[in-house]
Design a protein around this ligand. Structure first.
Ligand code: ADP
Ligand code: ZN
Length: 515
C-alpha cells in the first residue's frame, strides 16, 4: 500500500488524539489520498469514519458524505465538531441549509453530510460545481445494492453525480456485504475491483451459541441469570420486548425495554440508563443499538431469528467492543423460518433470489453442527480455520453423521444436471422421481438418477444448506445450485462432510413447534 503523507499521521495524533492507525485504516486512507476509488468493508467499530475524516482534512476542498440517516449524521457532526473539524449537514431537519451552502462554496467546510436523495438533485449538483470537492464518501454503501440487506433506490441516483466529477475519489464504506453485494457495490459505484479493501471480521472475544427455542422466556431468563454485566436481548416484537423485560425483572435481574413505540424522551432516558449501567439487561427491538457507544456490553441474546447473517453479525457485534470475553446467544424456532418464508411470498420477484439466499444462509448457520465462527467468516469471504474453539459447536460438538458419501452423490447430481437447477429438481433426480421437466432434459437417464434411498432423502436439504455454508455448493442468482470452490475436495474424497444426526433434528422440530 502507498505510504501516507505525513500530514495524515499528524492529523491522527493532533486532531483525533490516537497514536496509531488501526487495521486497514492506513490502506484505505492511502488510496483516497492518492485519488483512487475505494470500497472499504470494515466491521462495526473498526473506525470507518476516520477513513474519510482524515482525507477530508488533508485534501483541499470539502468532503461530501452521503449517509442515509439524519440521526447518524447529527451524531457524526457532533463528534467531528468536538474534534475541531468544520462539519455540517444539509437535510430536511436543518434550518440553516442556505448558510451551509454558502459556507461550502466559500471553502469553509471540511465535511458536508447529505442524504442520497438530496445529493442527486439538480440544485445540489450545481452547488457541487461551484465549490471544491475533496472526496465523496458513501456511507452504508450496501444500500446501493439490491443484494444488500437494506436496498435504497436513492443510492442508485448517485452514480451520475459521481461521474460528473471523475477526478474526485469515491470512498464507499460498509460494515456488511457478502461477496455478491460487494461485487455489486463496486459495479454500481464505478469502483475498480482492486479498490476493495476488506478488514478482518473476526471478533475473537465473542463466544457464539445458537440453540433451538422451546420455552423462549424460560430459556432467556435462565441464561440472563447466569450472565454478569450489561447485555442486550433482541426481541422480535414490541410486545415481546415488554413481556420479556417483565419476566427478567421478576426473575430478579435489572431490566428495561426499548422500542420505536416509546416516547422519544423515554427512549433517550432508558438508553442513557443502559449506557451508564454495568448490570442492566436491555430488552429491545432491533431499533436499539445503532449509534450507541457502550464498549462493555457483555452479552447479546436473540430471542428469535435475526433478519440475515449480516444483521446477526452487526447485532452480536455490539457485545464486547472493549475486547473482553463476551457472549452471543440465539434462540430460533422452526416457526421463525416458516414466517420468513411466508413473507418471501410478498417480496417483489426481482428481490426473491437475494431474499432466498439470505434465508438459506441463516438456516445453514443455525443448523450447522460445525464451527459458527467459521461459517460467519466464510460468509464474509474470509478463509478461517475450520474450528475456533470459542463457539458452542467447537466447545461441545453435537452428535453428527458422516454425510460425505451422500454429499458426493448430491454434488455429482448438481454437476451432471448442468449446475443450474434448484434443490427441488436435484432431489427428484437423486431419489428417482420422474416428472416432465426431468424427462425432457433426459435427467432420468443420468447415472445419478435414483441413487439416494428413501432413508437418506430427508437429509438432502439440511445437507444442501451445510454444503452451501461450507462453500461446496453455491446458489446462483436464479436460485439454482452450482459447485462451489470447495466441492473438489469432497468429490475427490479429501474432505469429510458432517451434519447433525436426524433424530436430533426431529426432536428439535417437535420441541420448537409453536415456539
Ligand atoms: P465504525 O463507523 O467503523 O463502526 P467508528 O468510526 O464509529 O467505527 O469508530 C469506532 C471507535 O473507534 C470510535 O470511538 C473511534 O473514535 C475509535 N477509533 C477509530 N480509529 C481509531 C484509532 N486509529 N485508534 C483508536 N481508536 C480509534
Ligand atoms: Zn467455533
Amino acid at each position: 500500500p502507498a505510504t501516507l503523507p505525513p500530514a495524515c499521521h499528524d492529523i491522527l495524533r493532533r486532531t483525533f488524539g490516537y497514536p496509531a492507525f488501526r487495521g486497514q485504516q492506513e490502506a484505505v486512507i492511502g488510496r483516497v489520498m492518492a485519488g483512487q476509488h475505494t470500497l472499504a468493508l470494515m466491521p462495526t467499530g473498526a473506525g470507518k469514519s476516520l477513513c474519510y475524516q482524515i482525507p477530508a482534512l488533508a485534501r483541499p476542498g470539502t468532503a461530501i458524505v452521503i449517509s442515509p440517516l439524519i440521526a447518524l449524521m447529527h451524531d457524526q457532526i457532533r463528534s467531528a465538531t468536538a474534534a475541531g473539524i468544520r462539519a455540517a449537514s444539509m437535510t430536511s431537519a436543518d434550518s440553516d441549509n442556505a448558510a451551509t451552502a454558502a459556507a461550502f462554496r466559500a471553502g469553509e467546510l471540511d465535511l458536508l453530510y447529505v442524504a442520497p436523495e438530496r445529493a442527486s438533485t439538480p440544485g445540489f449538483q450545481s452547488l457541487l460545481e461551484r465549490a471544491q470537492v475533496s472526496l465523496f464518501a458513501i456511507d452504508e454503501a450496501h444500500c446501493v445494492s439490491e443484494w444488500g440487506h437494506d436496498f435504497r433506490p436513492d443510492y442508485r441516483m448517485l452514480r451520475p453525480v459521481l461521474d460528473r466529477f471523475p477526478a474526485v475519489p469515491r470512498l464507499a464504506l460498509t460494515a456488511t456485504a457478502d461477496r455478491t453485494t460487494r461485487a455489486d457495490i463496486l459495479r454500481q459505484l464505478g469502483i475498480p475491483d482492486e479498490g476493495l479493501i476488506v478488514a478482518g471480521f473476526d471478533r475473537p472475544n465473542i463466544r457464539y451459541a445458537i440453540n433451538p427455542r422451546d420455552n423462549g422466556t424460560r430459556q432467556i431468563t435462565e441464561l440472563v441469570q447466569r450472565m454478569d454485566g450489561a447485555g442486550i436481548v433482541y426481541a422480535p416484537s414490541r410486545k415481546q420486548a415488554e413481556d420479556l423485560a417483565a419476566a427478567i425483572t421478576r426473575s430478579g435481574r435489572e431490566a428495561g425495554f426499548y422500542h420505536a413505540g416509546l416516547e422519544p424522551e423515554r427512549r433517550a432516558r432508558v438508553q442513557a440508563e443502559f449506557v451508564a449501567s454495568e448490570s442492566m439487561v436491555m430488552v429491545a427491538t432491533i431499533a436499539f443499538g445503532m449509534g450507541i457507544d457502550k464498549p462493555d456490553v457483555r452479552f447479546v441474546v436473540h430471542a428469535g431469528l435475526p433478519k440475515s447473517i449480516e444483521a446477526y453479525y452487526q447485532e452480536t457485534g455490539r457485545a464486547g467492543r472493549d475486547g473482553d470475553p463476551s457472549e452471543a446467544h440465539m434462540f430460533w424456532g422452526a416457526s421463525d423460518f416458516a414466517r420468513a418464508r411466508q413473507w418471501l411470498g410478498e417480496v417483489e420477484p426481482e428481490r426473491l433470489p437475494a431474499e432466498n439466499a439470505r434465508l438459506n444462509a441463516l438456516a445453514a448457520l443455525v443448523e450447522a453442527p460445525t464451527c459458527r465462527r467459521a461459517i460467519l467468516l466464510r460468509h464474509f469471504g474470509e478463509h478461517p480455520a475450520p474450528r475456533c474453539g470459542n463457539c458452542d459447536n467447537c466447545l461441545e460438538p453435537p452428535d453428527v453423521l458422516d454425510a460425505s458419501e451422500l454429499a458426493r452423490k448430491l454434488l455429482s447430481a448438481v454437476y451432471r444436471t448442468g449446475q443450474s437447477f434448484g434443490i427441488g429438481h436435484v432431489e427428484k433426480v437423486l431419489t428417482g422421481q420422474s416428472d416432465e421437466r426431468i424427462e425432457s432434459r433426459g435427467h432420468d437417464k443420468l447415472s445419478v438418477f435414483g441413487i439416494v434411498g428413501s432413508g437418506e432423502a430427508a437429509l438432502l436439504r439440511p445437507l444442501t444448506r451445510t454444503l452451501v455454508a461450507r462453500g461446496m455448493l453455491s446458489a446462483t442468482e436464479h436460485g439454482g445450485l452450482m459447485l462451489g470452490p470447495e466441492a473438489r475436495a469432497v468429490l475427490k474424497g479429501e474432505a469429510a462432510v458432517a451434519i447433525a444426526e436426524p433424530p436430533v433434528r426431529q426432536r428439535r422440530q417437535r420441541r420448537t413447534r409453536g415456539g
